[in-house]
Design a protein around this ligand. Structure first.
Ligand SMILES: [Zn+2]
Length: 249
């Protein structure tokens, strides 16, 4: 099966990578230390930029990377990513920060599907520093991160995440199964096995042993088997002394 990860998805939508954590000169996911005119854009995270940057053109619509996203934050209060949308994708077990947006098209609580516009490409940021218009997109494992700096600086790799992943099918249960429990208290002569077998899927037979007479266990088993109905047996254990225990064992 071909996996389309969020990075491939954005490229298919016409975005080009302008910063890729796999290509930093210090090594994959290492320090980026992007400094222009003495301003280090990654200083808040100690020189790290755990995200991808993309550009299409200023004002370009930014598509939700997958279905079923729930907008959990739509303001700048979390970070220096300016106008941002934080979208949770429970099916993918990730949350995504779409940052530096020019226009925010969603609000908290909105559900977005793949391709829906989250906002538009821009250059907004907390510090009001100059930056070229681009999309900062950062991925995190799904979950609340209480500390701002941790929130801003945590980013994970998503190259193995399939944006088209389907939810696991719901487990099926057979609520129509009919199981009955019979014992020596129901004499085989009293049971119409053929008729009863039309309605039951399984039979559990209670048996007794030792000095208690195993009156019908073998008969029940034989007759249900003849009708093609699976049987299981359990022993009703009733011992009054050591000899009984030994015999029943
Ligand atoms: Zn960035």
């Amino acid at each position: 099966m071909i996996i389309i990860n969020p990075i491939d998805y954005l490229i298919k939508k016409g975005f080009r990578k302008t910063s890729d954590p796999a290509t930093y000169s210090s090594g994959k996911w290492g320090l980026r230390n992007y400094t222009v005119n003495g301003y280090n854009y990654d200083s808040y995270c100690g020189g790290y930029h755990r995200a991808w940057d993309f550009a299409k053109k200023d004002g370009a619509a930014i598509p939700s990377i997958a279905d079923g996203g729930i907008v959990t934050a739509g303001t700048s209060e979390h970070s220096n990513f300016g106008k941002q949308a934080v979208v949770a994708y429970p099916k993918l077990d990730i949350q995504v920060i779409y940052g530096h947006l020019k226009r925010l098209d969603v609000k908290i609580g909105d559900v977005v599907n793949q391709g829906d516009t989250v906002g538009t490409q821009g250059a907004t940021n907390y510090n009001n520093v100059f930056m070229a218009s681009h999309l900062h997109i950062q991925f995190q494992k799904l979950g609340y991160i209480p500390d701002e700096r941790t929130f801003v600086c945590t980013g994970i790799d998503v190259l193995n995440i399939d944006v088209n992943k389907k939810a696991a099918p719901a487990p099926t249960t057979n609520n129509d199964a009919m199981i009955i429990d019979v014992s020596h208290h129901q004499p085989s002569k009293s049971i119409n096995y053929k008729e009863l077998s039309k309605y039951v899927d399984h039979v559990i037979i209670r048996t007794m042993d030792a000095d208690m007479e195993d009156r019908e266990y073998k008969n029940h088993h034989k007759h249900f088997k003849a009708q093609g109905v699976p049987t299981a047996a359990y022993a009703f254990f009733r011992a009054q002394n050591d000899t009984h225990v030994k015999n029943e064992s």
